[in-house]
Design a protein. Structure first.
Length: 303
């Protein structure tokens, strides 16, 4: 017989209305720091009910069924244990579109939308609507970067590379959901020099957290994002070195947009110049996210 005691429910929601259940969930979630309790309680209730937001507005006095109360209580408990709402729901909004997320993928975050803005700005004039543009995404994960760009540039094509077959399966599902599957291919692996083709745009949100810093990350990151998508080696720059080495064998021209971590923009730019060659790397620019932090490095690769 197991000695593990069953966890007490976070809250009892049996016999409550939608409005009361949401109120109780909000109060429970306030116990966890940094949680937006009202927003999370509402999103989890919608997930438990499988309905849209209008139901909460038009039917606040509707009683939860016993099954709905159990499901909602379980979702709230998972949130109290630190699991992000996007993980619980299995999806995340990014640049106005919804992406499936699983334990195999990094959870897309709003600051990564800076990569989209920088990439669109870099190719808009040379590739109207993406016509003639082939995009490479290194470490594609959910595919949120590549697939967003393909949706924004309806004439472009793309290739997503990732060492995780499970992540590529998620990216493939997202491509089908967004209607761009016929314009993208997936390659399992870590490098890209062997692809032996030219790309007009190369993007990446690589793992850039220094190995020793991972233990200090917020629980929502270190406990739920895959380590493969976080660990950038001793100094956080291992993947950037691999990208720079591969770029030496890639014929230009190409636009390069790389997401970076705090304090890494200067190091990444210098690494690209020193490895690829200062005569081949020009127009280096650092783009800041909505919080004002340097979020990505953009540059032009010449022939």
């Amino acid at each position: 017989m197991s000695n593990v005691r069953a966890r007490e429910p976070a809250l009892s929601l049996a016999g409550t209305t939608l409005a009361e259940a949401q109120r109780r969930a909000t109060e429970a979630l306030r116990r966890r720091p940094s949680v937006d309790a009202p927003v999370d309680a509402r999103r989890l209730l919608l997930q438990a009910l499988g309905c849209d937001a209008i139901t909460l507005v038009t039917s606040p006095e509707r009683m939860l069924s016993p099954a709905e109360a159990d499901v909602y209580g379980t979702l709230v408990e998972r949130r109290l244990q630190g699991e992000p709402v996007s993980r619980i729901a299995g999806r995340r909004g990014f640049y106005g579109r919804e992406f499936v997320v699983t334990s195999a993928t990094l959870d897309p975050r709003p600051e990564s939308e800076t990569v989209i803005e920088a990439a669109l700005s870099a190719v808009r004039d040379a590739y109207p609507l993406g016509r003639g543009l082939d995009i490479l995404d290194i470490g594609t994960g959910t595919g949120c970067l590549l697939l967003t760009l393909l949706a924004e540039l309806p004439k472009a094509t793309g290739t997503g590379v990732d060492p995780s077959a499970a992540a590529l399966a998620v990216a493939g599902e997202n491509a089908r959901r967004l209607g761009v599957a016929d314009r993208v291919r997936w390659v399992e692996g870590r490098g890209f020099a062997s692809l032996r083709q030219s790309f007009g745009l190369i993007i990446s949100n690589p793992p850039y957290i220094a190995s020793g810093d991972i233990g200090g990350l917020d629980d929502e990151v270190k406990c739920f994002d895959p380590l493969l998508a976080l660990d950038g080696g001793a100094d956080g720059l291992v993947i950037y070195r691999e990208i720079a080495d591969a770029l030496t064998a890639i014929a230009g021209p190409a636009e390069i947009v790389l997401e970076v971590g705090d304090g890494q923009a200067g190091d990444v730019a210098a690494l690209m110049r020193s490895t690829v060659g200062p005569k081949r790397v020009e127009a280096v620019a650092v783009h800041r996210d909505m919080a004002g932090k340097p979020r990505c490095v953009a540059m032009k690769l010449l022939n």
